[in-house]
Design a binder for this molecule. Structure first.
Ligand SMILES: C[S@@+](CC[C@H](N)C(=O)[O-])C[C@H]1O[C@@H](n2cnc3c(N)ncnc32)[C@H](O)[C@@H]1O
Length: 360
């Protein structure tokens, strides 16, 4: 059955703070939260990525917990869930950092930075980015840090790199050669661009309750401690290496101090066997955490999991759920989000399935 959304849903500009692959559609998430939880429910997303589910949960007045093993995903989710209360406060903070950066910028030596990073930036811009990153990381300022990572690379004037793509980092110096586009290779002032980025991020933020409980953890989904609250799970796990969360974000991860993106992708962008084991472990955990009648919603691509048995990933998820006392309430189809592109040509997904389970 197709998912039918009966009303218009608004999208907060906080969602655009920084790019991430495989994001869920915000309207679908709002619909699911409203339908399968109430104000007394905690919404738990064990694979929260860029924080779509936790942010929508907070906006809708639910307590929320998100987990992601990718440190970049953690930073964006923290930023979305813990922004400054308004633009004026954020700007004041930005100005304080600007003074620190002006003092410390001269001490930066970029010669030790890998060449593949240096290739993307004017040396003076790179010095500034490093100084800003150091100051923001020392202060755990996830909000401004995520804004900075959000303008790291692209070809537009509001971004910091030489001409390059925005999703994954690829230089576009063939399309925009320096000889023809010298202005694209000039020094770029970080403060001016960061200020505009912060302004854009505050363009539309619905009224939110800053006292509402919310948390994001950078741990393995399997390491969540058992709790027995009134929990609804809404999540979209990684499946069958369909997206490379660390590879696509390798530049942003490098600035966050994580240079081994290949090692990280082995953990978070797994193959068939590892995915099946992860789902087994998760449903086992979740069945101990959730009260009877609670909902658990898993969004996955509609692709083959087991050719020999003609089983799709959603079929496999439904089988796993039933092993751990979950009944399948519904399985809905919806067209894949533009952002949720797959890297493997053989696994091109057109639709995703929203598998809705209830703990028995
Ligand atoms: C499909 S994405 C989630 C996207 C998210 N719903 C959004 O809207 O941005 C899956 C996420 O699972 C994370 N992940 C993979 N394995 C994990 C694990 N074992 N524990 C926690 N997170 C994991 C990946 O880093 C990735 O961000």
């Amino acid at each position: 059955m197709n998912l039918e959304l009966s009303k218009d849903y608004q999208k907060s500009s906080l969602h655009t703070i920084a790019p991430y692959v495989g994001k869920l559609r915000t309207d679908v998430v709002q619909y699911l939260i409203e339908k399968y939880s109430d104000e007394n429910t905690t919404i738990f997303d064990p694979f929260c990525g860029s924080g779509t589910v936790p942010l929508e949960s907070w906006i809708l007045g639910r307590k929320t917990l998100g987990i992601d093993l990718n440190y970049y995903a953690y930073v964006i989710s923290k930023a979305k869930l813990f922004p400054y209360p308004n633009f004026d406060v954020a700007k004041k903070q930005l100005d304080l950092y600007y003074n620190i950066v002006k003092r410390n910028n001269i001490d930066v030596n970029i010669s030790g930075i890998p060449n593949w990073i240096q290739d993307f930036f004017h040396p003076d811009t790179l010095c500034e980015i490093v100084t800003w990153t150091n100051a923001l990381m020392q202060n755990n300022d996830y909000f401004i840090l995520a804004c900075l990572l959000g303008i790291l690379h692209h070809q537009r004037p509001g971004f910091l790199s030489y001409p390059s793509s925005h999703g994954a980092p690829y230089l576009r110096n063939n399309k925009y050669p320096k000889s023809e586009f010298p202005e694209m290779y000039e020094y770029r002032n970080v403060y001016d661009r960061l200020l505009k980025k912060v302004e854009r991020t505050y363009k539309f933020i619905p009224k939110v309750d800053f006292s509402c409980e919310r948390e994001i953890l950078n741990i393995n989904a399997l390491d969540i401690k058992n709790t027995t609250h009134n929990i609804t799970i809404i999540t979209s796990p990684p499946y069958m290496k369909s997206l490379t969360y660390a590879r696509d974000n390798r530049m942003r991860l490098w600035f966050l101090g994580c240079s081994d993106w290949e090692g990280l992708d082995q953990k978070i962008s797994m193959g068939k066997e590892a995915f099946s084991e992860l789902m087994d472990g998760c449903f086992c955990k979740w069945s101990n955490m959730q009260k009877k009648e609670s909902y658990c919603i898993v969004v996955v691509g509609d692709i083959l999991f087991d050719k020999a048995r003609n089983k799709s990933i959603p079929d496999m998820i439904c089988d796993t759920a039933s092993k751990f006392s979950y009944a399948t309430v519904d399985v809905l189809d919806y067209p894949v989000n533009q952002d949720r592109k797959v890297v493997k040509s053989e696994s091109k997904i057109k639709t995703e399935k929203i598998c809705i389970f209830q703990r028995r």
